[in-house]
Design a protein around this ligand. Structure first.
Ligand code: GDP
Length: 195
């Protein structure tokens, strides 16, 4: 599928501002600094379409990008320690508000740093996706930071931590730095969109 000419379409500060969805939506969630913007830029083959951490932890907006065959939705990164209670509430409103709407959810891409176990907030996010019966996959970022062997061990450990059996949930290691796994992710998204 074509990732050329992806355009930024709009940013929303609350889920209530979102227009109804008319196209398949592929959304991206993960803790702040996990590499979400870098991954989206890599997928779209653009340097700065998604903003790479201008201010870490600053709750941003829900950003929509339009590709030919789907909308890509960048949700604000969670889990930055130094944010106020009201910022946390705002984050919650945006993420939960988005997923609680009746939308064309094609796939949620839940991002986890391959170097570390899932954080408590990552686990919460995945439990939320499972409870809401949303279609999702896990993408482990920054795979270039570990050897191939260590990547495989990390993924196995993540499956154990989350209680997933071998093929139950798709887990894809990627690196936005050297491009590894990006084609696997594209193929996985293509299968979801056709399903
Ligand atoms: P976001 O907050 O989730 O959008 O994360 P960013 O995309 O802004 O990335 C956070 C930091 O991690 C930046 O310093 C990136 O350069 C770095 N980063 C992102 N992806 C990768 C990756 O695949 N490999 C490496 N080595 N660093 C990465």
């Amino acid at each position: 599928m074509n990732y050329h000419n992806v355009k930024f379409t709009a940013a929303y500060g609350t889920s209530k501002q979102l227009p109804p969805s008319t196209r398949a939506e592929v959304s991206f969630v993960g803790r702040s600094n996990v590499g979400k913007s870098s991954l989206m830029n890599k997928l779209f083959n653009r340097k700065k379409l998604a903003k790479v951490s201008a201010t870490p932890g600053k709750t941003s907006t829900i950003n929509f990008f339009e590709a030919e065959w789907a909308d890509f939705v960048d949700l604000p990164g969670y889990g930055f320690a130094q944010v106020s209670k009201s910022e946390k509430a705002r984050w919650r409103e945006m993420i939960e508000g988005y997923y609680n709407q009746d939308r064309e959810f094609c796939c949620v891409v839940s991002l986890i740093d391959i170097r570390h176990p899932a954080t408590a907030l990552d686990v919460n996010m995945i439990e939320f996706l499972i409870a809401a019966e949303l279609p999702f996959m896990i993408v482990c970022t920054k795979a270039d930071k570990l050897s191939k062997n260590k990547c495989a061990q990390s993924i196995a450990a993540l499956r154990r931590q989350l209680g997933f059996s071998r093929d139950e949930v798709e887990i894809i290691p990627i690196s936005s730095a050297n491009g590894s796994g990006i084609d696997d992710l594209k193929a996985a998204l293509e299968r979801r969109i056709k399903a």
